[in-house]
Structure formats: C-alpha cells, structure tokens
Design a protein around this ligand. Structure first.
Ligand SMILES: Nc1nc2c(ncn2[C@@H]2O[C@H](COP(=O)(O)OP(=O)(O)O)[C@@H](O)[C@H]2O)c(=O)[nH]1
Ligand SMILES: [Mg+2]
Length: 231
C-alpha cells in the first residue's frame, strides 16, 4: 500500500471516467515511489457528477484518498492540493500522458529548494506526442504573453505535470475553478516571487478513454486568466 500516515509527498490526480487508465497509472506510480512516504489523492467528478465507471473503485483499491469536486478541473486540483498533507505536492493527469518516472525530477525540484517545479515539453529532454500543431502555436502565444506581461521565463504553459512546496502553494492563493488553473499557477507564482524552476517532461498520447478537456474552451479560459491577473 502506498499510504503513509505521515506522507512527505502528496500526488494529486483529477479524474473523470478514466477507468482503463487507472491500473497502469497507479501501478506505475507505486513502482516509482516504492519505499517513499507518499499519499495518493484522487479528485473525481465534474459539474455533471462523479465518474460513472470504475475509476473511483480502482483508485480505492490502490489506497488513494478519494475526494469529489463538482466543478471543472481547476476545482478538482485545488481541492486535492488543499487536502494534501505532504511537504511536496505534485499534480498529475490520469490519462498516462505523464510518465511516472518523471515524478522523481519533480520531487527533486522541490527538495532542492524551489517552490514551483514545472514540467516543460519544450526543454531539451522533453517533448510531446499529444499536441496538435494548432495547440502548439496557441501554447507558444500564451507563453509569450505571460512572459511579456509578468516578466517570467517559462517555456511552457497549460501543462499539468508539476510540483509545489507546501508553503509556495499556499502563497499563491489560487482561485480558478476551470481550465485556467495552470496559467493561474504560472502567473501567481511569478507575482508572489516564488522560486520557480522547469524540468523537461515528455507528454505521451492519452492512452485510453476520451479527452475530457475541450481545447478551444481551455484556450478562452486561459486567455481570460492571463488578462484578469494583470495589475
Ligand atoms: N475531476 C475532474 N477531472 C478532470 C476534469 N476534466 C478533466 N479532468 C482530468 O484532468 C486530466 C487531464 O484531462 P485531459 O482530458 O487529458 O486534458 P488534456 O490533456 O488537456 O487534453 C485527466 O486526468 C482528466 O480525467 C473535470 O472536470 N473534473
Ligand atoms: Mg490528456
């Protein structure tokens, strides 16, 4: 069992009907984290209710704490991160796009003294096989906008594989309930003067089940998040 009563690392996974991905995901995490004090937090559900498949049942079998969120992905992440007991908090998708072995890089970033460690598909060693050309162009535009407006040096935006120090997470005072959450993190971490680092990450194609995030809706949420945090 991965559970520890005094976890050092909390891995938070938002889920919505991911049953066919759960066993490979959770067994992959277990293998990498074996011997570490960590907890798994699965935050399930959307505005339309909880997953209707066996996602939650499988997560329970792997010893995850289960929380429910009745809004978008942002609320799910925030609920999970707020409930986390570790000193190192990690956010990770359930669709096998995020490689469990990279957990070690993300944890190392926080243990080396940073508050936010962001996986980047555009650093050497990273990459993606899950992004269309259009998404790539839109992502680059958002990166440019955020870096220009907020004075940051990110190479990636809108990517959900990242880690936080407990205190850094609290200092950001995040609010986004929807798809702007990743952009909000990038912006507020910079504004709060957190110590930020990126590590390369390779995003694999979603393994099974349908994508839950609708790309153009995400684009609008992110754009509105970028502008509403100015000033
Ligand atoms: N709890 C919850 N999880 C969500 C919601 N939308 C997406 N997710 C999860 O967030 C992760 C990323 O979603 P995905 O559809 O792969 O988005 P993409 O990678 O941006 O195309 C997956 O683990 C999804 O199950 C939501 O409304 N609620
Ligand atoms: Mg995905």
């Amino acid at each position: 069992m991965p559970k520890s009563n005094n976890p050092r690392v909390s891995i938070v996974i938002p889920t919505l009907n991911e049953e066919r991905n759960m066993v490979p995901l959770l067994s992959g995490i277990k293998k990498v984290m074996d011997g570490s004090a960590y907890e798994l937090i699965v935050v399930d559900g959307s505005r339309d209710g909880p997953s209707t498949d066996r996602t939650v049942g499988i997560a329970k079998r792997y010893g995850a704490r289960i929380l429910y969120a009745n809004e978008g992905k942002g609320l799910a992440l925030l609920k999970g991160l707020r409930a986390a007991r570790g000193q190192v908090l990690v956010s990770m998708d359930a669709d096998l796009s995020h490689k469990p072995n990279e957990l070690r890089l993300l944890i190392a970033g926080i243990e080396a003294g940073y508050d936010l460690c962001v996986g980047s598909r555009f650093l050497f060693g990273g990459g993606t096989s899950d992004m269309t050309r259009t998404r790539m162009v839109v992502n680059k535009t958002f990166v440019f906008l955020v870096n220009t407006i907020y004075g940051s040096k990110y190479t990636d935006m809108c990517y959900g594989y990242r880690s936080f120090s407990r205190s850094g997470f609290r200092r950001m005072k995040l609010k986004e309930l929807g798809l702007g959450i990743e952009a909000e993190i990038n912006i507020k971490a910079q504004k709060a003067g957190l110590r930020i680092i990126e590590v390369p990450s390779f995003e694999k194609k979603r393994a099974a089940e349908k994508a839950k995030v609708i790309a153009w809706k995400a684009g609008f949420s992110i754009l509105s998040t970028i502008f509403k945090n100015m000033g």
